[in-house]
Ligand binder design. Structure first.
Ligand SMILES: [Zn+2]
Length: 455
């Protein structure tokens, strides 16, 4: 068995589960993980500069010894994982922290999010050093967060701050993100690699309505629950305006080439948008690409069947499109609810990320390495064009990753997993039976090696 496979398996046995409440974290496991990296990647330890940021984030710097250096590149990942929900434990076919290896898979929480990337990068770096390779023309940085799943404020944010203090600017940053997909998007003629070039914002707000309360036998006309319901209804009936952002436009155009049926429409999306936006809005995945969405997720009010509550409140999650802000979304909510009195509080504010430039040289490096490492036939052996490379599609991420913390030190941030995932495996991320096919993990390593050599 390949050493790399055993290393990932061992890494999955370490329970680096993060939690918003730092007191609930078992920090001994995080210490164990750091020791694990030290003792398994001796070439890295002996060759690279190592720093630990905020106790648990390792940063490795592989220095280029030649002069006339170019801007460094940063490759990142996170080694914390989400917990395994107790109610789902019985549904796991292998123990979630067993790291079990069978004929096809390496099993365990973190196998595709994101220890595969952390270990994949370390394997690639270690073996390149062993082979006598040296950085060509720039320093290469590796940095691993330890709280991505709970916001990244202790890990990635602190690492980015340390870089900023040192005035380091990166040519590009590569993080987890899109992967290679085929069955996840209906109508694709061939597999495509999704490269995240921007992330929507994600803010939470609470809307509260008050009223006099009293007995339910003589209700007034403006009960707290009644008002709150009208507000929610008004917002659902009047979504934020739609807009074709540059990210969505590039995504539709790149998809067009790979979607035989929608080719004509998508390749002319800039002209046809006003005509087809109604249709796009009806498909939730596409609707989310063209507007800020407001989703009510929690509601509270009243604790007896015969008492009118004095207050009723609801929490909404706003997913903000580039160009919108949390304040603008709040203005919209007020506008469509004129005449109703209510209060809005911001609970969490995470504005949309910048959009990374796709014309940068670094985007092309990434594209070239994907093209040379991933052929259609690797994924669909009997495809008519099996020797062609998979398609490349820039896209807008709906969720957030550590990468957004690095905009202070880089404007070309790309989010991509060099990994093909079908719907079924993708669904195991944060879910049950998370696992990675052995050969696809080895492919990740070979991708990282090729990329590192090219930069
Ligand atoms: Zn992740």
């Amino acid at each position: 068995m390949e050493n790399a496979v055993k290393n990932l398996s061992d890494a999955l046995k370490i329970k680096t589960v993060s939690n918003r409440d730092a007191k609930k974290v078992d920090w001994k496991e995080f210490d164990r993980f750091l020791k694990f990296l030290d003792s398994n990647y001796k070439n890295v330890s002996s060759t690279c500069e190592k720093r630990i940021i905020n106790k648990y984030s390792p940063v490795y710097i592989w220095r280029c010894k030649r002069g006339n250096k170019k801007k460094p590149v940063l490759l990142i990942g996170h080694y914390d994982v989400v917990p395994v929900e107790e109610s789902t434990e019985g549904a796991w076919l292998k123990e979630p922290f067993s790291g079990e290896i069978d004929d096809n898979f390496i099993w365990g929480r973190g196998a595709i999010d994101d220890k595969n990337a952390v270990i994949g990068l370390m394997e690639a770096l270690d073996s390149l050093i062993a082979a006598g390779v040296e950085p060509n023309e720039r320093d290469i940085y590796f940095a691993f967060g330890f709280d991505e799943e709970v916001g990244g404020t202790m890990g990635a944010k602190e690492i980015a701050r340390a870089f900023e203090l040192e005035k380091i600017e990166f040519e590009f940053v590569l993080d987890e993100g899109g992967c290679i997909v085929y069955d996840m998007l209906e109508g694709l003629g061939n597999p495509v690699a999704l490269i995240g070039i921007a992330e929507k914002g994600s803010s939470n707000i609470r809307i509260t309505c008050e009223s006099a309360g009293g007995h339910s036998s003589m209700p007034g006309r403006n009960t707290a629950i009644g008002k709150l319901s009208r507000i929610i209804n008004n917002i659902e009936k009047n979504p934020m305006p739609d807009r074709l952002t540059i990210t969505a436009e590039e995504m539709f155009k790149a998809l067009a080439v790979n979607l035989p049926k929608q080719k004509r429409i998508f390749s002319n999306i800039d002209k046809l948008f006003p005509v087809i936006k109604g249709k796009l809005s009806k498909i939730s995945a596409l609707n989310a690409l063209i507007r800020t969405t407001i989703a009510f997720t929690q509601i509270e009010g009243g604790d007896a069947p015969n008492i009118l509550p004095k207050r009723a409140s609801a929490i909404a999650n706003l997913r903000l499109l580039q160009g919108d802000t949390t304040d603008q979304a709040i203005e919209h909510i007020k506008r469509v609810n004129r005449g109703i009195d209510f209060k809005i509080e911001k609970l969490l504010v995470e504005e949309p990320s910048e959009i990374s430039d796709m014309n940068e040289k670094s985007f092309n490096i990434l594209k070239d390495v994907i093209a040379s490492e991933f052929r259609i036939g690797d994924i669909l052996p009997s495809h008519e064009y099996k020797n062609r490379s998979v398609g490349i599609v820039p896209y807008l991420m709906m969720g957030s990753t550590d990468s957004r913390k690095y905009y202070n030190v880089c404007h070309a941030i790309y989010r991509f997993y060099p990994l093909y995932l079908e719907k079924e495996l993708y669904g195991t991320m944060h879910g049950v039976n998370e696992r990675i096919p052995v050969e696809r993990f080895l492919k990740m390593i070979s991708f990282y090696k090729a990329l590192i050599k090219k930069i």
